[in-house]
Write a protein that binds this ligand. Sequence first.
Ligand SMILES: Cc1cc2nc3c(=O)[nH]c(=O)nc-3n(C[C@H](O)[C@H](O)[C@H](O)COP(=O)(O)OP(=O)(O)OC[C@H]3O[C@@H](n4cnc5c(N)ncnc54)[C@H](O)[C@@H]3O)c2cc1C
Length: 396
Amino acid sequence: MTELAIVGAGVAGCALAAQLRRQGWCGSINLLEIGRGPGGRAATRRSRRDPALAINHGAPLFNITGSPPPGLLAPLQQGEWIQPFTGAIQELDGAGSGFHAGTLWQGAGGMEQLSRGLLALADAATPEAGETQLRCGTLVRRLEPLPGGEGWRLHGEDDALLQECRWLVLSGTLLAHPRCRAVFGWPEVPLQAAAEALGDAQLLEAAARLAAIDSTASSNLLLTLPAELAAAWLALPWRVLQLSTAAQERWGLRRVSLQPLADGRCAVVAESSPAFATAHRHVYGSRSAAAQLLGAAPDPTQETATIEALQHALEQVVGLSCTGADADAQLMRWGAAFPLAAGTGTATAGLPADLQLCPASRIGFCGDAIAGPGFGRVEGALRSAEALAAQLLPLL
Ligand SMILES: Cc1cc2nc3c(=O)[nH]c(=O)nc-3n(C[C@H](O)[C@H](O)[C@H](O)COP(=O)(O)OP(=O)(O)OC[C@H]3O[C@@H](n4cnc5c(N)ncnc54)[C@H](O)[C@@H]3O)c2cc1C
């Protein structure tokens, strides 16, 4: 039996492993992740056939607004896993987005380096503990509390036993939110079912609060432009273009980022507005994780139409062509891109900190859906992991 299982190897799950190890905890840690590698919504898309390709298809950068910064930031920078983001940011129509206040950072060589760096920090901090185990391509489907509150059994697809653990942390909201029923056709919400079986009032409250956190979606156009086309794009005076609310309504785009590749090509990621994503909510990219790992069936006709609509909007906004013989276009749909504050949009949004750990049931929560500074951003994912580690350490 492993001491601690963490569901999800995004920023928060990896940061929790790093923070526990840096505090000297040597128990066994297993991370279980659906995706092909760590990173979650701050991951980098790569291709075996095209080694120079690296597209930050979720967050292209992150900002730290709170003071003091998360404690993990300095060792990540010292280890050269992250670096200051120095590209120019332009705001179309002078919009303020909140994503660009404070100090700006990016993964050094791709956003996934942030999560990889956190795992490296974990392993370097306590070599005697052995490597943190990361199991990718693994969907956790069901949470079974062990009798007597002794821990948890995690089950995967076909109810196969994946893991037994003394303590469990969920770093994403998928297992707690009713959207899992719509996405996978599951009859129940796994966390809710487990909380009812345990009858732990604190966990029932946490499960209800997590289930109430809705998210906005984002349909992202991922372009890879050959060097001939890329030159004009890379000559633009910005690396990130943020559109105002009015511009988003007009074009259906929220933000565009230019990501130079080492061989002269350039990736362009156009993030849709929430309204565009809602209108195209059934259109998944055929190369997206939803299609490849979760079994969602892509519709090629709708996918092509959605890509063309985003390409057209992008060309109108930027004034440059993004289509050509060697240009590659993909669609990446994030069903739950940004957690929403229930109704208000205030800093009190998300799972309250006093529900982050439910000791009687040996379960905790971290991720950008936890209330506090940085809610809905990488900063919140880092801070929530550091806060949970502090609460967990005396109990582990
Ligand atoms: C398009 C886009 C642009 C963004 N831009 C910015 C930005 O500019 N600045 C910023 O700060 N933030 C930005 N964000 C938000 C940022 O990416 C997130 O706040 C951050 O990455 C959240 O990290 P996390 O670890 O909390 O969650 P996640 O990254 O979602 O990690 C959760 C992980 O758990 C895995 N998982 C979930 N359920 C299961 C299961 N049942 N079994 C196995 N694995 C599971 C998921 O695959 C995922 O890897 C952006 C997000 C998107 C989508």
